[in-house]
Design a protein around this ligand. Structure first.
Ligand code: V47
Ligand code: SF4
Length: 372
């Protein structure tokens, strides 16, 4: 691991040395310093610094879980310009599963040691909180031990409003139905101007943050994402993380930060292309250093691909998500290389060991199930 002597002896700029000393002494870096790292830090050194933070928190442990997704529908009232997945009702390629069909998807895993189902989809105009609540109850009744991580803040805003409830009432009701935690989606980019340009109609930044803050208050933990590599600038990524860091100081309810790289196929922003792998690694490293109060940093392998996932483990990342079992379409429809996202436990362990780390199977809340 990098130490203070290496920092002081390194042939790096005075600015970088100053920031590195702060990180070494566990002092929080400022937004200006975060921005400086994005713009100017030498990637190798930046990686070592992020790796120091990662190893201080988790050693070599690299977490994964056994999970699968259910995407109830891709019919959505919104039209986010980066989305390759949304369809209108009746349009070719649209789907909406019934509760029975979704229960069958859960039953497929009977007798298998999966620990989490991740449920997210489009914002369907006709499905409300009680419809989704009954779905959670049906799944819990069939398999009480399965952790249900469900619904982005965008889906939650719509269903809670339709039920005529306050955010707190809606979240408590969903918790009673069986909701265990909330995934990080729908955050996109918090800067109001950029958000307006890429997904103007959907939940505002303030609503996204309020839903997660309220969830933490009613003891529903959650994750947070960012969508990067489109029209945003580094300033906007720092602003995004600053808002999360402030919220986390108040509640401590975020488990994991998941940077999501914009993937370009089949959407209205295709003309932008995609950022480089170097940019992905820089983004992971700055995120690890800046977000000193969110314990985990996830490289979501179906989105970033297996080779970059391995590299990311040296740039601050300690979690790679799970087995997935080809149950999500969000990224395959956006053109990722791996069109059938499946990794069994042995492949996940091999991927992690191939990067000289220790593979640890976890549950959603990071309790260790087994170290390999
Ligand atoms: O909010 C949609 C993103 C998110 C594209 O909490 C795109 O553990 C890139 O939030 N290119 C949903 N990204 C997925 C998500 C998630 C994924 C894995 C784990 C967790 C977790 C959460 O997918 C959306 C949006 O930001 N997205 N289209 C695209 N073309
Ligand atoms: Fe709908 Fe989500 Fe796609 Fe936006 S990203 S159009 S909210 S499915």
């Amino acid at each position: 691991m990098i130490n203070i002597e290496t920092i002081l002896a390194s042939d790096i700029s005075a600015e970088l040395k100053h920031i590195a000393q702060k990180v070494f002494h566990k002092q929080r870096i400022s937004p200006e310093e975060g921005l400086w790292l994005f713009h100017k830090a030498e990637l190798g050194f930046l990686g070592s610094l992020a790796n120091m933070v990662r190893e201080r928190l988790h050693g070599d442990n690299t977490y994964f879980n056994r999970n699968f997704h259910i995407e109830p529908t891709n019919i959505c009232i919104y039209n986010c310009s980066f989305c390759s997945y949304k369809r209108n009702a009746g349009q070719e390629g649209a789907w909406e599963f019934s509760t029975d069909e979704m229960l069958e998807m859960v039953k497929k895993y009977d007798g298998q040691p999966v620990t989490e189902v991740h449920i997210v989809g489009g914002v369907h105009p006709k499905r409300d909180l009680h419809y989704y609540g009954e779905l959670l109850k049906t799944i819990k009744t069939h398999r009480p031990d399965l952790h249900i991580k469900a619904f982005t803040a965008v889906e939650l805003e719509f269903m809670i409003k339709r039920a005529g409830m306050s955010i707190s009432e809606g979240l408590k009701a969903l918790k009673t139905y069986g909701l265990d935690s909330i995934p990080g989606g729908g955050a996109e980019i918090f800067d109001e101007q950029i958000r307006k340009e890429v997904c103007g109609a959907k939940s505002t930044t303030d609503i996204w943050l309020e839903i997660h803050e309220t969830a933490h208050k009613v003891e529903i933990p959650s994750n947070a994402t960012i969508l990067y590599g489109h029209i945003e600038k580094y300033e906007h990524r720092i602003d995004h993380m600053l808002r999360l860091r402030d919220l986390q100081d108040r509640t401590g309810g975020f488990n994991t930060y998941i940077p999501l790289k914009f993937r370009k196929e089949n959407n209205h922003l295709s003309y932008l292309g995609e950022v480089s792998t170097e940019e992905d690694l820089r983004n992971y490293a700055v995120s690890r250093i800046f977000l000193d109060n969110i314990p985990h940093l996830k490289a979501y392998w179906p989105m970033i691909g297996k080779p970059t996932t391995q590299l990311a483990l040296s740039f601050g990342v300690d979690d790679i998500d799970g087995t997935i079992d080809d149950t999500t379409k969000i990224y395959t429809m956006a053109g990722v290389e791996d069109q059938t996202p499946v990794m069994n436990t042995a492949s996940l362990v091999e991927l992690i060991k191939g990067a000289n780390r220790i593979a640890v199977e976890r549950d959603t809340l990071y309790n260790t199930i087994k170290a390999y």
